[in-house]
Design a protein around this ligand. Structure first.
Ligand code: SF4
Length: 405
């Protein structure tokens, strides 16, 4: 715990004296190295000190042996090297076209099988455009569109949706469709990933969200999500999007039946693809929540394990610029805590427009935060609140702002 105290002092000092803060950071890592008896952990701390990539085996060792204070200190040093105190958020809302889904992932609390579709929801294009119109004159920068995989919502349907949103509000960044939805859409339309993405991009799609990644390892994927796109398929779609000049995010669903080695395998595949394309913006760990699904018999991960995971991800994924805590899934207070464990992005205002995690038992049953709420949450952690757009261009520095629109 003393490391954590040093860590807190480091970012407090940074407000006043950058050089002095750097010295404190360097002293902190040296103290950590001196105090670490385990040779592998000591070697990892040395690598972080010298900004050197850790191996998959070292990442596994961090999961097996790294105490929260150890990994947290290293992750915070990396976070502050990359971003200082800057903590990003955006102003966004979600559209979930349907929760009817042809798949039956065991962890999913949200979907309704096609056979019971009358118990779910299906939004028409006009209804979704009306949702967009409800944000007219509001300073929202992004719409995030994901949902179930509905057999009747095909390429033509979504191309029309995107074109209508683009026509109504050209300034809104459209980030839409998980690789799971895309894979199904493209197969039905008999299109390659490249052809399908080109058509959607031409219609106005700009980025892909990171959902549907779950755990890539086939043995675990088979158990939790055996009937949807494989890990390789997910990666191929993101690689193709990057090749076409689109950015995307990546997620990992953790805390269910996977072992540490499967987390390492998952992040290793993401790191390798990022080396190749540099197209990922942010990594978003997603905690398995156990309400209302076929895996409700499993206990959820502890907050300590959650924070360790964020920290280890920050240490391992050296080529991912950003690490995000998705507050509707984690709860706002836990999301705030992640800002001391490597996280530099806390997602957006959301405006109660997603049901995915509230139906899975998240603390956030009506997820919405005003800009002021988000700014205060970040400031309470002694970090610097910056509103960004989807691609991390700075919109507003809220450090000194006290009046909100
Ligand atoms: S996680 Fe996605 S693909 Fe799987 S059942 Fe739920 S909505 Fe369908």
């Amino acid at each position: 715990m003393e490391y954590l105290i040093s860590m807190t002092k480091t970012h407090d000092l940074k407000f006043n004296n950058c050089k002095f803060a750097k010295k404190v950071m360097s002293d902190t890592i040296n103290m950590l190295i001196d105090a670490t008896a385990d040779p592998i952990l000591k070697g990892i701390a040395e690598k972080v000190k010298h900004n050197t990539r850790i191996t998959d085996e070292e990442c596994l060792q961090l999961f097996e042996k790294g105490e929260l204070s150890f990994v947290g200190t290293l992750a915070n040093i990396i976070r502050e090297r990359l971003h200082g105190d800057v903590t990003y958020f955006n102003r966004n809302f979600h559209i979930e076209p349907t929760n009817v889904c042809v798949f039956s992932c065991k962890f999913c609390s949200y979907s309704m099988l096609y056979a019971h579709k009358e118990e779910g929801w299906e939004l028409s294009i006009d209804q979704m455009v009306d949702i967009v119109k409800s944000y007219d004159n509001k300073p929202i920068t992004e719409v995030h569109i994901v949902g179930g995989v509905h057999p009747k919502m095909n390429m033509a349907y979504f191309i029309e949706l995107i074109q209508k949103i683009r026509a109504h509000r050209p300034d809104l960044h459209i980030k839409a469709f998980t690789a799971v939805e895309l894979d199904y859409m493209f197969r039905k339309a008999k299109l390659s990933a490249e052809e399908g993405l080109q058509q959607l991009k031409a219609a106005g799609l700009q980025s892909l969200p990171g959902g549907g990644a779950e755990i890539f390892h086939p043995a675990i994927r088979e158990i939790i999500a055996g009937d949807k796109v494989s890990g390789e398929g997910w990666l191929k779609i993101h690689e193709t999007a990057h090749k076409l000049g689109m950015h995307s995010n990546a997620t990992m669903l953790y805390g269910h039946v996977e072992k540490f080695e499967h987390r390492v395998d998952h992040m290793s595949k993401l790191r390798a693809l990022q080396d190749k394309t540099k197209g990922f913006n942010t990594f978003i760990p997603l905690k398995f929540r156990n309400a209302n699904n076929d895996m409700s018999y499993l206990e959820e991960s502890t907050i300590t394990e959650d924070m360790r995971l964020y920290a280890i991800a920050r240490i391992y994924l050296d080529n991912f610029p950003h690490l995000k805590a998705y507050w509707p899934m984690l709860g706002r207070q836990n999301a705030q805590l992640t800002l001391s464990f490597g996280v530099n992005d806390i997602d957006g205002t959301i405006d109660d427009s997603t049901k995915i995690y509230s139906m899975a038992g998240s603390e956030e049953q009506t997820p919405t935060m005003s800009t002021e709420d988000l700014v205060n949450l970040i400031k309470q952690s002694k970090r610097k609140p910056i509103e960004r757009d989807t691609l991390y261009n700075v919109i507003t520095d809220y450090s000194e702002v006290t009046v909100f629109n």
